[in-house]
Design a protein around this ligand. Structure first.
Ligand SMILES: [Zn+2]
Length: 119
């Protein structure tokens, strides 16, 4: 299941950005055409987060629909697969506008009390 390794790298990215602070929530963008199943990421997240600063963090997944634009007739249309032709002219010269996203969008970390040391 490749969602496990993807989720692991997401947890890694969040740990680096949190720099030791506890992570309260993570927002991820997953495109419909990214090949990643959001439910599987949700499932893996708790396991990957366990024992890290992300333990118990909330995972919000923003799903991005696949949108393509035909380079021949200019039509924009929902595209559930990278192999779908243009519904307007049946052409295959299509620019993918969205749907391939796979990234961490936002991270909510715990506020630390101001440091008293000067190092
Ligand atoms: Zn077209």
């Amino acid at each position: 299941m490749h969602e496990m390794s993807i989720t692991q790298s997401v947890v890694e990215i969040c740990r680096e950005n949190a720099a030791g602070r506890r992570v309260l929530a993570v927002t991820m963008e997953i495109g419909e055409l990214s090949g990643v199943v959001p439910e599987a990421v949700e499932f893996c997240f708790a396991a990957c987060a366990a024992g890290t600063v992300l333990e118990g963090a909330r995972l919000d997944i923003v799903r991005i629909p696949g949108i393509g634009q035909c380079l021949d007739c200019g039509m924009e249309f929902p595209r559930g697969s990278l192999f779908d032709p243009c519904p307007g002219c049946a052409g295959y010269r299509i620019s993918q506008l969205s749907g391939e996203e796979l990234r961490v969008l936002d991270l909510e970390v715990e506020d630390l009390p101001p440091r008293t040391d000067t190092a």
